[in-house]
Ligand binder design. Structure first.
Ligand code: ACO
Length: 404
């Protein structure tokens, strides 16, 4: 992008705007009363200590972090009316990836048929989505990418110990995604703050299953593959960093707390959010809370909240918004955003059909590629066998001739 200034052509500054957004949830809602039937808890305890009323749980084994992420991503791309082929990068922030590798982002890339896009996972727990925004903004501002998809996707229900009341009441499954696009219009992601304090790594962790403590019968028997948390310590940490990170990110953007129109905080606990916002002196109507419906969906909580805030018309063009989160690591992250509002693009009527066809083709392409790889392997083996047979015959002939 270039523009003319004082008669000279100069590179224009590139801004990263959110132009598409989407969310995806599993079908099954689990209420607090249902949880009270499996662990020693009550609806009253969960509501008063956390604010959570219910959460979505991926009961269907075919619903995974990648399928939820891909659904949210499709919704975001549709909103922005961006052809899949123009996507440059997919960042998937997740605390419950499908595998150690391949990345969940690559699985989403395959499901979308985004053949021109790079893809990788980002691990910063619940702060991951805002970390992803920071990276996407950097890629766009430096001219390395024009269209970046940031996904937060989770199936935390698969790594929660359903007999541990300290954790199982808190988390939920779901995904949210945003598309960031390069623009010469000032605004979009104005500033970001990223933080980490690894000395608190043990306060919230899945201890086994990585390279430090690989899976063994003992680790499985000891429940070391489930989320372990010191809730009180995480609570204290969260109420310390949320307000500080918000102030810092606003300062970097040249804004003050009074300039903020809406804060979208990580949806972990209503008490953490209210205490943090009180420290900032922000009135309730400027803080978005939807955790009562979803529980803590980790990396997905902020993009899901963004979708709901837009749906409820809590954001207007030119509003100043802050997204702020904290999580395992320990990590924290904040981003100040000038909201430009929906980019209204008149998508032609045939576009919906074209999209469905594209996703169908993506599935077919993926199957064909898998099949061709298998065939390639078979051919190579046959060729290899034929070659070694020919070589053995030659060696045998040479042996015979040398004997004669
Ligand atoms: N039902 C009933 N009682 C419970 C439950 C439950 N579900 N869970 C814990 N209790 C009990 C505890 O055992 C404790 O009993 P005790 O006093 O006999 O030991 C009592 O309730 C009070 O426990 P506290 O820990 O003091 O309760 P607190 O008010 O701190 O609330 C909570 C606990 C909700 C976990 C809170 O500390 C919290 O939200 N912490 C932050 C957790 C968080 O946000 N984690 C996610 C981070 S993001 C990420 O990266 C995934």
């Amino acid at each position: 992008m270039v523009g003319k200034h004082n008669g000279q052509f100069q590179p224009l500054q590139r801004y990263a705007h959110i132009t598409g957004w989407g969310k995806a949830l599993p079908d099954r809602v689990v209420t607090n009363d249902e949880l009270a039937q499996i662990v020693d808890t009550s609806d009253e305890w969960i509501r008063t200590r956390t604010g959570i009323h219910q959460r979505y749980v991926a009961i269907d084994a075919n619903e995974t972090t990648a399928t939820l992420g891909a659904r949210a991503a499709r919704a975001a791309l549709e909103k922005a009316d961006l052809p899949i082929g123009k996507l440059d990068l997919i960042i998937c922030a997740t605390s419950s990836p499908e595998h150690l590798f391949p990345s969940t982002a690559s699985l989403i890339q395959d499901a979308l048929g985004a053949t021109r896009a790079g893809a990788f996972d980002l691990s910063a727990a619940c702060s991951g989505f805002v970390y992803g925004l920071a990276l996407a903004r950097g890629m766009i501002a430096s001219g390395q990418a024009d269209n970046v998809l940031v996904v937060g996707a989770e199936t935390l229900s698969r790594i929660v110990d359903w007999s541990d009341r300290n954790t199982c009441v808190l988390f939920g499954d779901g995904a949210g995604a945003v598309l960031l696009q390069a623009s010469a219009t000032p605004g979009g992601v104005l500033s970001t703050v990223l933080g980490s304090d690894g000395s608190g790594g043990d306060l919230l962790a899945v201890p086994a299953g990585g390279s430090k403590q690989p899976a063994t019968l003992e680790t499985v028997a000891a429940g070391q593959h489930f989320i372990k948390m010191d809730g009180r310590a995480v609570f204290r940490f969260a109420t310390r960093v949320m307000a500080d990170a918000t102030r810092e990110v606003l300062g970097k953007a040249g804004l003050e707390v009074g300039d903020v129109d809406l804060v979208i905080p990580h949806q972990a606990n209503e008490r953490i959010i209210r205490l943090s916002m009180k420290q900032l002196g922000l009135p309730e109507e400027k803080v978005f809370i939807n955790l009562q419906y979803y529980g803590n969906t980790s990396t997905a909580s902020i993009p899901i909240a963004l979708c709901d805030a837009i749906e409820q018309e809590r954001l207007q063009p030119n509003d100043n918004m802050v997204m702020v989160g904290f999580g395992a690591g320990l990590t924290w992250a904040a981003s100040a955003i000038k909201w430009v509002g929906p980019v209204s693009r008149e998508a032609p009527l045939w576009r919906a059909g074209q999209r469905t066809a594209t996703y169908g083709l993506a599935q077919m392409r993926s199957r064909l590629l898998r099949l061709s790889r298998k065939m390639e392997g078979t051919l190579m083996t046959e060729e290899g066998d034929a070659l070694s047979e020919a070589l053995s015959k030659r060696i045998e002939r040479w042996r015979r001739s040398s004997k004669e």
